[in-house]
Design a protein around this ligand. Structure first.
Ligand code: CP
Length: 309
């Protein structure tokens, strides 16, 4: 049983919770590779995917995970909804819950939005990304994919390269990987690395080749222009020149490293196609594993009794 009623962030999870999610995801990965991919586990549940920000991978893989578990599913996008007429977040979600919905999967631009909801409603909430704060299911599917590729995460060196300041994936990955016993480094220009990174016990590196020489896995992040106030340094051209991961850089290494990216990819900026599509890359395996990991999270949270304490 998980120690939490909601999945708001990796910070709240124990190592035992993470191990339970990853083990359960392994079982579900076997299920979805069978000719009959569905199980009846959540056939008495209705789940709403409530997205206030754009998404391809997260929204679709949650929907698929819910359907593989036989739940009824409704999808809400803020664009085209009554949010545009001024309806609040809490009113929106309470109206969805009035339709006898049991669980909410939510993406929102404001850090802390799912934590706010968790205090006000009696339904399980899964954070599908809250602003620049956390993206817990991305970190769980990243950990699952690393373990699948490397066998073990404990003792491995993971470099997270890119726009750390505006990334929710970075923070959730740092929390998950440290709990699982990895060493974590962040790499990028100083303008895109928050000062508090050193307080989290991660290494900070500004030279990309040094980061690649150090790590077993490079998790490459895009530049999140949509969250930047002003486009100062670096421009995308400068970023690609100094920090873009390309084949020439990888050829300078004396061993193979694993390349990951949460998507969407900005080809030619943070990563070139000859790396993203190479045998080093497990980017599409990450997407594949996202369904099994999200099935595990949904299944395990559904075991938690309601109303909550
Ligand atoms: N990795 C990720 O969250 O992708 P989407 O924004 O497409 O969901």
């Amino acid at each position: 049983m998980l120690s939490v009623n909601h999945l708001l962030g990796i910070k709240d999870l124990t190592l035992k919770d993470i191990e339970l999610i990853l083990e359960t995801a392994s079982t579900f990965k076997e299920v979805i590779n069978r000719p009959i991919k569905k199980v009846p586990s959540l056939r008495d549940m209705t789940i709403a995917n409530v997205f206030f920000e754009n998404s391809t991978r997260t929204r679709l893989s949650f929907e698929l995970a819910e359907k593989r578990l036989s739940a009824d599913v409704i999808n809400f996008s803020a664009s085209g909804s009554s949010v545009k007429k001024g309806e609040t977040l809490l009113d929106t979600v309470n109206n969805i819950l009035a339709m006898k919905v049991d669980m909410i999967v939510m993406r929102h631009a404001s850090p802390g939005a799912p934590h706010f909801l968790a205090k006000h409603i009696q339904a399980n909430i899964i954070n599908a990304g809250d602003g620049t704060h956390e993206h817990p299911t991305q970190a769980l599917l990243d950990a699952f994919s690393m373990r699948e590729k490397l066998g073990e995460i404990r003792g491995k060196k993971i470099a997270i390269i890119g726009d750390i300041s505006h990334s929710r994936v970075a923070l959730s990955n740092i929390f998950a990987l440290q709990k699982l016993g990895a060493e974590v480094m962040v790499c990028g220009p100083s303008t895109l690395i928050p000062k508090y990174m050193k307080d989290l016990g991660v290494k900070v590196e500004h030279q990309v080749l040094r980061a690649l020489q150090w790590c077993d896995v490079a998790n490459v992040l895009r530049i999140q222009l949509e969250r930047q106030q002003a486009q100062n340094f670096p421009s995308l051209r400068e970023y690609a020149l100094y920090y873009g991961i390309n084949k020439t850089l990888l050829e300078k290494l004396d061993r193979e490293i694993v390349i990951m990216h949460p998507g969407p990819i900005n080809r030619g900026v943070e990563i070139t196609s000859d790396v993203a599509d190479s045998s080093h890359s497990i980017i599409l395996q990450q997407v594949e594993n996202g369904v099994a990991v999200r099935m595990a999270v949904l299944y395990l949270l559904a075991q938690k009794s309601k109303p909550f304490d």
